[in-house]
Design a protein around this ligand. Sequence first.
Ligand code: NAP
Length: 431
Amino acid sequence: MTVPIVRVGVLGAGFVGAELIRLLGDPSRHVALVDAATADVQVVGVAVRDRDKARAGVAPSLITDDASALLASDLDIVVEVMGGLDPTRGYIEAALSRGVSVVTANKALIAECGTELARLAHENRADLFYEAAVGGAIPILRALRTSLAGERIERVMGIVNGTTNFILSEMTSAGSDYADALAQAQALGYAESDPRADVEGFDAAAKVQILSSLAYGTELTGEPILREGITGVRAVDVEFAHRSGYVIKLLGVAERVDGGISRRVHPAMVPVDHPLAAVHGAMNAVFVEGAASGPLMWLGQGAGGRPTATAVLGDVMHAARNRVSGRHDVPFSVDGTLTTVEPGDLSSVYYLSLDVLDEPGVLASVAGVFGRHHVSIQSMEQSGFGDEARLSFVTHVALTRDVWATLDELAQLTSVDSIGACVRVIEGGRA
Ligand SMILES: NC(=O)c1ccc[n+]([C@@H]2O[C@H](COP(=O)([O-])OP(=O)(O)OC[C@H]3O[C@@H](n4cnc5c(N)ncnc54)[C@H](OP(=O)(O)O)[C@@H]3O)[C@@H](O)[C@H]2O)c1
């Protein structure tokens, strides 16, 4: 029997691309690949920037620095693992317009224009898959798309950025300050030399957009969402959380609230008995609460060339199967009835810490500001002396816009040196 050949062009042979090519060429997987897809999946070209760079496991004859020529050749599937928005978007559009299926790991691009690209894929009877864009090896997108397709999802909460989880885990286990934990993450290769995309929450925000599109049918058009990073979290906050039975995690959240949807990224105090509290180091996890399914959680390596390449490979096999059977997956549907709830209209319990002058009357003036903005205090702790004097508060459930107004007024007080962390506290399962 002749096995149909599925021709794959790969854009990029870096951490992910090179591992994908090695996995596809692994003879111990070959039978599985052929049988699973009833096709012989062959890499026919690999586009890179620098064709002279040594690349173990990638045949030099496949390498080209002319991505456009590769895209114009006879291909069934394009794998985009080069990253960035430009010229990447144009390359993907060119492939989809010709009816060539696309597999990508590019969360930033999908969050920016995923809806448009999915439409283009559908119009041209091609697939657009991006499992590796969220949670590396964790197969969460396919689970939302298939197994949970009929479920009413109440909430998706994820630790979807390994760099920030590593930093916060170090701060928790070793008592390190933020700067030391970041330096260690950089030394170990978990953080970039410019870490802003991770520590300021941009990377997690793109992943929340993608999770939300599948859980709730929200569009992927680059619309910004509430994003607070971890740069304001200090060792004293982590230690306060620990003493109170919590750990601080950077969470990406998409949830139903009052007939609408809230999507956001922020640090949160997670109770130690919550499954997400046990996700340490650079691991990722996605916690989903369905109305009928109850709680579910996926845990795994959210980055790294080889783990990420397995998710890309799964998409390639799915696209290859569709190709051979002449089908393509229908893209996720957009639900225009769900409006975005203003972040200021959300309510949460908050932990706030302030560096204050060590003098009489400070507590009364600070408490007065909370009262004026209807933010009721659940507990308060005074610590340190002199330059180290600090006030830490946990509020009752408060409107976020009232907490923001409280912080604005506190920042004007001469008795407040600086405002430290402002962290939502998970209570009753939500932050
Ligand atoms: N690394 C991870 O753990 C991980 C996890 C999840 C998702 N992702 C996503 O996967 C994608 C790839 O990540 P990566 O870590 O593998 O990146 P990488 O190591 O930087 O590799 C990028 C590759 O793309 C090539 N490239 C870049 N610009 C190009 C251009 N204009 N034309 C042709 N080739 C170009 C580079 O060529 P040269 O080799 O010649 O420089 C390199 O081979 C990104 O979208 C990333 O967000 C990565």
